[in-house]
Design a binder for this molecule. Structure first.
Ligand code: ATP
Ligand code: MG
Length: 574
């Protein structure tokens, strides 16, 4: 491609709306443009990268035995009603109505649709196992679209669905996908970790998330260096050992004016936070729910919502009025003793074993000392409602957990029969008996993966593409476009490499050399050939985007240098 003809609207300034590096660089390198919040156009350079990522995903999916097809983005309401997700999915779902008032959604995912397809076509165990995938555009009206392609409202996903006869076979399908994902993310050159994920919203039994490690990631994970335990913070089990088997003391009412937070109480009582119990009050469809956890810990809302069997969008924090109504006190003084009848009280199991806690008094400006579960209050006990934190004990081997951040680029789910039951998709087993399909679903964020690669491969000048996902492999910069020798040599190398199957950009623009150098750093083409004054001697400068080193080489030597980079990256070159 000749850059004089290319549509590549680069920007000098960092766009103010872009908070993270990948978003900034995608905009600055002229790879994407925003239409409205969370909706992007993929411009020529950006789209080339997307297609390369898609191709790597496609090759490994095909290798795993999965078959590609393409389904519509438009899905009828009835499919989603069959599994209850028309309502459960909540405001993230884009809904629309046709001219006859029939309701549809723009697919946020395709479990129902694939299950329905199979229901009508696959009748016998002899047709199983089956694994189908597509690379398709998804729509989610995200609450906080941000970070460019990382969390958008329209994005490209690879989604795959497996259908099997039983749990054992479903597990095998899951392992095959795990291996395929492992190969895919390695080929994408991502530094990643596989962690246990939460299955709540999908309703499955087991899931793992593939996290590309990056401080820009929205995902928090914990892992153990001694054993292989790794999980998202939503999923991670918390080992909490503040257990005190001492004697129960007499309840005592204490005047605590203005002390509405654990920090205030810590100071006032001069006691560690672990001596207090926190109350968090929610409003679930006008029903108050009070959750009690140890004062030195945070609540893990995912664990709470899973226990309640509800989605995040179905619940909110209680307002002052509701709090006053159930406790008779202002916010900050709610506790488990003496709540209004009918208030649902949910207690983290550790509270049961903690003696003589300080709790809210359910009276403004008062707390109660020496509260004990069983003697003074009771509630629904939930094994673990706590949010993990750095240094917690590993639930598997008791060593310390390490916390880190990552970008969820893919995930795999064992779904069991939730969707086949809902849709009524059955096959006949060996005994001629009807059985529901055992399913799995497997997603990869294609556009998010592009952003993840940039997060891991950039410097202060721009993107540093790995060779196999770069929009072009080589850039030939002609320093002086008015110099015939330079232009001719540039053209010659351009033709020679292009014929060898190398994707080459020829910077033949009427621009200053400085502009050309800045642009090539910004768009991050991995291999660079600079044609300057020594063109008359057939000598050019060769360098890599990822290194400071520059070498002079004869025109005839360029191909061999390029070839060795291709071989290192396991790419074909003629
Ligand atoms: P998240 O927790 O980040 O919202 P999710 O659990 O909702 O992700 P899935 O429904 O499992 O994601 O979708 C499969 C994959 O699609 C994700 O692993 C991610 O890579 C990608 N993805 C999900 N939501 C978005 C989005 N809004 N923008 C870009 N990619 C996304
Ligand atoms: Mg999501």
């Amino acid at each position: 491609m000749r850059m004089s003809k290319m549509y590549m609207p680069t920007l000098k300034e960092i766009p103010s709306e872009a908070e993270i590096v990948s978003h900034q660089l995608l905009l600055r390198a002229g790879m994407i443009r925003q239409l409205v919040s969370g909706v992007y156009s993929y411009l020529p350079l950006g789209y080339r990268v997307i297609r390369k990522v898609e191709q790597i995903v496609r090759e490994e999916m095909d290798k795993s035995g999965s078959q590609e097809l393409l389904m519509s983005a438009i899905q009828p309401k009835e499919l989603w009603e069959a599994t209850g997700r028309w309502d459960d999915f909540g405001p993230e779902m884009w809904k629309l109505t046709d001219r006859n008032n029939r309701e549809f959604c723009l697919g946020p995912t395709h479990e129902e649709y694939f299950t329905d397809l199979i229901k009508n076509e696959v009748k016998s165990y002899k047709q199983l196992p089956l694994n189908l995938y597509q690379i398709q555009t998804k729509y989610r009206d995200e609450k906080r679209p941000r970070f460019g392609m990382m969390r958008s409202r329209e994005f490209i996903m690879k989604d795959a669905y497996s259908f099997d006869t039983d749990i054992q076979k479903m597990t095998e399908a899951y392992d095959i996908m795990w291996d395929a994902y492992d190969r895919i993310f390695k080929r994408l050159n991502l530094k990643f970790r596989v962690v246990q994920g939460d299955t709540g919203a999908m309703g499955g039994r087991l899931s793992h998330e593939f996290m590309a490690m990056s401080d820009a990631g929205e995902g928090r994970i914990v892992y153990c260096d001694t054993c292989d335990y790794a999980a998202t913070d939503e999923k991670a089990a918390v080992v909490y050992e503040n257990i005190n088997e001492g004697e129960m003391l007499e309840l005592e009412k204490i005047h605590t004016p203005g002390a509405t937070t654990i920090d205030d109480l810590e100071e006032l009582f001069n006691m560690d936070k672990s001596n207090f119990a926190k109350a968090i009050v929610y409003n679930h469809n006008k029903l108050p729910i009070v959750v009690i956890i140890p004062g030195d810990r945070e609540l893990n809302e995912t664990k709470l919502f899973n226990y309640l069997g509800i989605a995040e969008h179905d619940i909110e924090m209680a307002d002052e009025e509701m709090i006053l109504n159930i406790s008779g006190a202002n916010k900050g003084f709610t506790g488990p003793i003496g709540l209004k009848k009918g208030t649902r009280l949910i207690v983290d199991s550790r509270i049961r074993k903690m003696r003589n806690l300080v709790v809210g008094g359910n009276e403004t400006d008062y707390h109660i000392k020496n509260a004990n579960y069983g003697r003074d209050f009771e509630g629904e006990v939930v094994e673990d409602l706590l949010l993990v934190r750095e240094g917690d004990k590993c639930p598997k081997c008791n060593d310390s957990l390490i916390m880190d951040r990552g970008i969820e680029v893919g995930n795999i789910f064992q779904l069991g029969t939730k969707y086949s039951d809902g849709i009524g998709a059955k096959f006949l087993d060996e005994n001629g008996k009807e059985q529901p399909f055992y399913m799995g679903s497997y997603g990869i964020g294609i556009t998010r993966s592009v952003a993840a690669i940039i997060e891991q491969y950039h410097d202060d000048k721009g993107i540093v593409w790995p060779l196999n996902t770069a929009p072009y492999h080589v850039i030939i910069t002609v320093i002086n476009d008015k110099n015939q020798e330079q232009m001719e040599l540039g053209e010659k190398l351009y033709n020679q490499l292009t014929e060898a199957g190398v994707e080459v950009l020829l910077d033949d623009r009427k621009e200053r050399a400085g502009v050309k150098f800045n642009d090539r750093d910004l768009i991050g083409i991995p291999i660079r050939v600079t044609v300057g004054k020594k063109a008359s001697e057939s000598i050019v400068e060769y360098s890599l985007r990822s290194s400071e080193e520059k070498i002079e080489c004869n025109e005839a030597g360029v191909y061999d240098l390029v070839k060795s980079e291709f071989q290192k990256a396991k790419l074909n070159i003629i």
